[in-house]
Design a protein around this ligand. Structure first.
Ligand SMILES: Cc1cc2nc3c(=O)[nH]c(=O)nc-3n(C[C@H](O)[C@H](O)[C@H](O)COP(=O)(O)O)c2cc1C
Ligand code: SF4
Length: 515
């Protein structure tokens, strides 16, 4: 029997993967071919999806992008033997885009069947948990601290410190909450893990539970991810059936329960305290801090809130040790970051690499430049609250501190590319508008300031008292940065001011005004 792999990832599905599977089934049936189709996760090479991979003695030979109409001809020309064809890409793992990554967190994504526990176990799955069940709680936390892992949700807070706080908070009940709201523009790494390797997230959350003494976990999943909900629930059911969740996990006497909860489509519910309110069944309104969720979190109990990627990075740390993970990266940015390339880029997709590569290398060597073939003019890194970078900043290494030094953020690793057709005053206006739409409304600088921000930008571009209104916009941004309760209002000025400072000509001001 020959094994073929066609992804069940949402991106592949949106590009026609389901139709490709149906075509394979139809033609294989007609020709009585002995094939098995495995629905894997995506390798993250989106411009080549839908991909068909065939398992051969020479490795997994890929064909792509394949449409349903190509299947008959591919089968006729030796697809099952991995024979050459204009759509043949060779061994998928030898393609430079794939080969030059450091796939620690995404090691299995695209390789295995996401909901097959045996496949997970056969590819190093649950090795981290196996170690953790025999360790003292403080030793598990120490491995995480030693790894240097910082939260991948955006704020880059050291994960070990957060876990230590929850470990030392005395309480009968503690919780592990996974932030799977993934609201940032141009981001999809959380989704890809949940659709492509859900067990790694489940394992990471279980280890977190053992580490701090939490017996209940929740995955707060954005409603826009129906496929992830299916894979997660299938994997959770398999984990329960096989003693990896529930009571007495793998005979250890330890308990951890896990459930998926759906959000309702609010960006602010990705902010951890709003998320907790929402999880408690209330409106997603930001809470004052302190107290920190680590001390007073879900239902008032000590709670770890971590991003999907942070938690999915735990199994490899507990399997290979904190030092192993720490060896990747630069400065205080340790390990790897799954970068997501989107927007006007020739090779969109996911690229997991150690911190330190420059943005230029990523954009041109791997991203292939813009999809339109025009010069790349502006790049927004870190979601809708991230700064816009101009060409002169593309040599900045992908590192939390290097980005902070240029008033930018890495955030969740989303990178949205624009060519020279972009109007940056429109982008600045859009940032303020986004804040109007998504503000939770609790504090004035964000709730009212964003509406005033849209109006002021309109006056600037319409040449109404340009200098006075530019000064007013800067003043308003100052107030939002200093007076907002959370980073929604506090960071909206990043895209606005970077657009104004780096691209003054789009606001009708001389280029020499560039800050
Ligand atoms: C407006 C806003 C939206 C956010 N959205 C997300 C999100 O979608 N996913 C996420 O993991 N973190 C998001 N965060 C960050 C969380 O508040 C929090 O820092 C994170 O869940 C902590 O996990 P980590 O330490 O593993 O990153 C958001 C923060 C703000 C201010
Ligand atoms: S900054 Fe905006 S989103 Fe954050 S608490 Fe204030 S009103 Fe709510």
């Amino acid at each position: 029997m020959t094994r073929l792999f066609v992804s069940r990832d949402s991106t592949a599905l949106s590009l026609g993967a389901e139709q490709v599977v149906k075509a394979i089934q139809q033609h294989a049936g007609q020709q009585a071919l002995d094939v098995q189709i495995v629905r894997n996760g995506s390798r993250g090479l989106f411009w080549l999806e839908p991909l068909i991979e065939v398992e051969t003695a020479r490795g997994r030979i890929a064909y792509g992008p394949v449409q349903a109409g190509d299947v008959e001809e591919l089968l006729k020309n030796g697809l099952l033997e991995g024979k050459s064809h204009p759509l043949c890409l060779g061994d998928i793992e030898q393609l430079p885009y794939f080969k030059n990554q450091n796939r620690l967190t995404f090691a299995r994504v695209g390789l295995t069947d996401p909901v097959d526990l045996d496949d997970y176990l056969a590819h190093d799955g649950y090795r981290g948990l196996k170690n953790a069940v025999n360790m003292a709680q403080a030793d598990i936390v120490k491995q995480v601290t030693d790894s240097g892992l910082r939260g991948r949700g955006g704020a880059a807070f050291p994960t070990g410190i957060k876990w230590n706080t929850v470990l030392n908070a005395p309480a009968e009940q503690k919780y592990i909450v996974c932030n799977a709201d993934e609201g940032d523009s141009g981001t999809f790494s959380d989704r890809m893990i949940m659709e492509g390797d859900p067990f790694v997230l489940i394992e990471g959350m279980t280890i977190a539970g053992l580490a701090v003494g939490a017996t209940q976990g929740y995955i707060y999943l954005r409603i826009e991810y129906p496929h992830a909900k299916i894979t997660l629930n299938q994997a959770i059911a398999a984990a329960y059936q096989n003693g990896y969740l529930g009571e007495n996990i793998q005979g250890s006497g330890k308990t951890f329960h896990l459930e998926v909860r759906s959000g309702a489509g609010a960006y602010i519910c990705g902010e951890e305290t709003s998320l907790l309110e929402s999880l408690e069944g209330k409106r997603g309104l930001v809470r004052f801090k302190p107290p920190l969720p680590a001390i007073v979190g879900l239902f008032g109990k000590p709670t770890i809130v971590n991003n999907v990627i942070s938690l999915a990075s735990i199994p490899v740390i507990l399997d290979k040790g904190g030092e192993y993970y720490r060896d990747y990266g630069m400065g205080r940015s340790r390990g790897t970051l799954p970068l997501q390339l989107a927007g006007n880029i020739k090779h969109p997709g996911l690229f997991e690499v150690a911190f330190g590569m420059t943005l230029r290398e990523l954009l041109y060597d791997y991203g292939g430049g813009s999809a339109s073939g025009r010069p790349i003019r502006a790049v927004q890194v870190g979601g809708p609250l991230g700064a816009y970078l101009h060409e002169g900043q593309f040599d900045t290494p992908l590192d939390y501190e290097a980005f902070a030094a240029i008033s930018a953020v890495l955030g969740h690793g989303g990178i949205v590319v624009h060519d020279d057709n972009v109007n940056m005053a429109d982008m600045a206006r859009y940032a303020m508008e986004f804040c109007v739409e998504e503000s939770c409304g609790k504090c004035t600088p964000c709730r009212i300031g964003s509406t005033r921000g849209v109006e002021v930008i309109d006056r600037i571009v319409n040449d109404v008292q340009k200098d006075k209104n530019t000064e007013l916009l800067r003043d308003l941004c100052d107030t939002m940065v200093c007076g907002s309760l959370c980073a929604m209002g506090g960071m909206t000025p990043y895209p606005v001011l970077s657009a104004l400072n780096h691209f003054p000509e789009d606001f009708g001001q001389p280029k020499s005004a560039r800050a």
